[in-house]
Design a protein around this ligand. Structure first.
Ligand code: PLP
Length: 285
């Protein structure tokens, strides 16, 4: 696999990053995951804008322009012959040489940028979308700036492991009784013909897929309510689902062992998945 590191395309075994990089020492970095369908990028603009916002919120300097970023994404897709899959992008603050809690001078420190591809044939035709996934509720003990897409992913990883141990696929995180989001996706329920998902704030990541799905839902005259819901309300819902760049729209058919609806994907989530895939493919770059 060919990867991109600080201006160079290299074989992955040739790629090198300093051990003093603050991404490695302090999780001082941000990332994006963009999916590829038909060899094209899904919602590149959305991901590029959120990356800029994450960097701005952390006073991090952008290593490349958005145009350069698009070129790098496309070049990696080409070099690795990706038809369906993902591109992972990470920008870290780099390092001034030593370990220090204070940020190094941005004028004299180069940020580190890394991109690599992950081929996932069958991403759009994921059989899990036909069956739906099972989730468990766990406490949300993450920090208070979940709107910044940082590489501090230890708790979401632990959440996935808790789910695995419980025989489930993923976890929904709960704060003060209300669901915040999934470990790596935004969470939704459907009641009657209304789609309900938590409103944007610093409590959740502002999902790029979320923005697109809500736009498509409204365009299709579906009702959308952006408000918090409890895990108990979710268990009584007609449908539940999650969204993310790598799973698109994924039905949830069980929460804490309790069946949602008929225990199979309902009407709304599969329809949204279909609309999302169709519209995103059309707009892909
Ligand atoms: N919420 C969290 C915590 C995530 O990690 C992710 C994606 O990685 C999402 C939501 C979904 O965001 P997006 O649709 O931009 O992939």
């Amino acid at each position: 696999r060919i990867v991109y590191v600080n201006g160079e395309y290299l074989a992955e075994a040739e790629a090198r990053i300093s051990i003093f990089d603050r991404g490695f020492l302090m999780a001082d970095g941000v990332y994006e995951v963009t999916s590829v369908l038909d060899g094209k990028l899904i919602d590149f603009d959305g991901h590029a804008k959120r990356l800029q916002r994450s960097m701005d919120e952390l006073d991090m300097r952008a290593p490349v322009t958005t145009e350069e970023l698009l070129d790098i994404h496309r070049e990696l897709v080409r070099k690795n012959e990706i038809t369906e899959g993902m591109i992972y992008l990470q920008v870290t603050r780099g390092s001034a040489g030593d370990r220090d809690f204070a940020f190094p001078d941005p004028e004299t420190t180069e940020p580190t940028i890394v991109l690599f591809t992950q081929a996932k044939p069958g991403l759009a035709d994921n059989p899990a979308a036909k069956k739906g996934i099972r989730v468990i509720g766990i406490e949300d003990i993450r920090w208070g700036r979940r709107d910044i897409k940082t590489v501090q992913l230890l708790y979401p990883s632990m959440g996935k492991m808790m789910a695995k141990k419980a025989g489930a696929d993923d976890a929904w995180m709960i704060e003060d009784g209300f669901v915040t989001e999934g470990t790596s996706n935004n969470a939704y329920i459907v009641k009657g013909d209304t789609i309900i998902t938590r409103a944007l704030s610093n409590d959740i990541l502002h999902g790029i897929t979320r923005a697109a799905v809500l736009r498509f839902a409204r365009e299709a005259q579906m009702k959308v309510e952006e408000r918090s819901f409890t895990i108990d309300e979710a268990k009584e819902a007609d449908e539940a689902f999650v969204t993310s760049a790598s799973t698109f729209v994924m039905p949830v058919v069980e929460i804490d062992g309790q069946t949602i609806g008929e225990g199979v994907p309902g009407k709304v989530a599969p329809r949204l998945r279909e609309i999302y895939l169709e519209e995103s493919r059309k707009a892909a770059v």
